[in-house]
Ligand binder design. Structure first.
Ligand SMILES: Nc1ncnc2c1ncn2[C@@H]1O[C@H](COP(=O)(O)OP(=O)(O)OP(=O)(O)O)[C@@H](O)[C@H]1O
Length: 271
């Protein structure tokens, strides 16, 4: 598959409490057109930083990011980015917030709102079209932000833990919707998640970043036909992916884990 974007030996420094902090230490990755790649890695290793670089929001200290063969030097027009914070404007209705990505592409107000209404219905948010974001729960806000991001119809979609605030059932629905949308439009995607099961459900490949300064420690192809059923990834495939990532499945019962290890969606121990 031809590379659509490429991250070449990218180094990023951020300012930490004790001076400059090397966060990315030479990340290399290639994503083919229409490929959906999931990124996992320990908390704080630099996954969001990596998305920020690909989105053109952070400049690497060294290395290059290429999109369709061209250096990314600012926010590329063909990229939609959903950061962890949903960035829904408090003064917009949910409908206008979701339509915003189309409006900035100069889609007429009536059409943008009609398309936003359709996607809100798919997300079970149609009754909240006229609400303000602060009237929504965290999970509902996240669904609205995801809807807005994908509705933009960009070639590249960067998603930073898009399902992190969703309850388990809504999360499965959102995964199903995302997988169907991706199959229909075949954008090129990079999705950060803490949940290897989710990565296996959605990704063509899974990359594991090392601890800081992060590099791509391992990557593995998900050899599983689509469409896949969210929530019930084949255990054999999950184990193959985990082995490929060099990750040890966490076999301990939940009550044997330390309190801070009990977060849902963290079924494995990442080194
Ligand atoms: N705006 C910022 N300014 C300075 N340092 C930052 C900033 N954002 C993140 N960092 C630091 O960069 C490092 C990587 O953070 P980043 O958010 O990229 O990690 P992450 O892997 O996405 O974490 P998590 O899984 O917890 O979301 C952390 O040490 C963090 O403290």
């Amino acid at each position: 598959m031809r590379d659509f974007f490429e991250v070449r030996d990218v180094h990023v420094m951020r300012s930490g409490a004790h001076g400059p902090l090397p966060v990315l230490g030479g990340v290399d990755l290639r994503v083919g057109r229409g490929e959906l790649v999931c990124v996992v890695g320990p908390s704080g290793c630099g996954k969001s930083t990596l998305l920020g670089v690909v989105a053109g929001l952070l400049r690497p200290a060294r290395g290059r990011v290429l999109l369709a063969g061209r250096d990314v030097t600012g926010t590329p027009a063909h990229t939609a980015y959903m950061p962890q914070q949903d960035l829904l404007f408090a003064w917009h209705t949910v409908l206008d917030g979701v339509a915003l990505g189309l409006r900035v592409q100069r889609v007429g107000r009536r059409e943008a709102r009609a398309r936003a209404r359709d996607v809100l219905a798919e997300f079970g948010l149609e009754a909240f079209a006229d609400a303000r974001p602060d009237e929504l729960s965290g999970g509902m806000r996240q669904r609205a932000a995801l809807a807005r991001t994908v509705l933009q119809g960009r070639d590249v979609v960067l998603l930073d833990e898009p399902f992190g605030a969703l309850d388990a059932l809504t999360r499965l629905d959102a995964q199903r919707w995302l997988a169907a949308t991706w199959r229909a439009h075949r954008w090129t995607g990079l999705l950060v998640t803490h949940d290897v099961g989710e990565a296996v459900t959605l990704g063509d490949r899974v990359l594991r970043l090392s601890g800081r300064p992060a590099v791509v420690a391992q990557e593995v192809a998900v050899d599983e036909p689509r469409p896949r059923t969210p929530g019930v990834p084949d255990e054999r495939v999950v184990r193959t992916v985990l082995a490929g990532l060099g990750v040890v499945p966490d076999e301990r019962a939940p009550d044997e884990r330390e309190p801070d290890e009990r977060a849902p969606g963290l079924p494995v121990r990442l080194p």
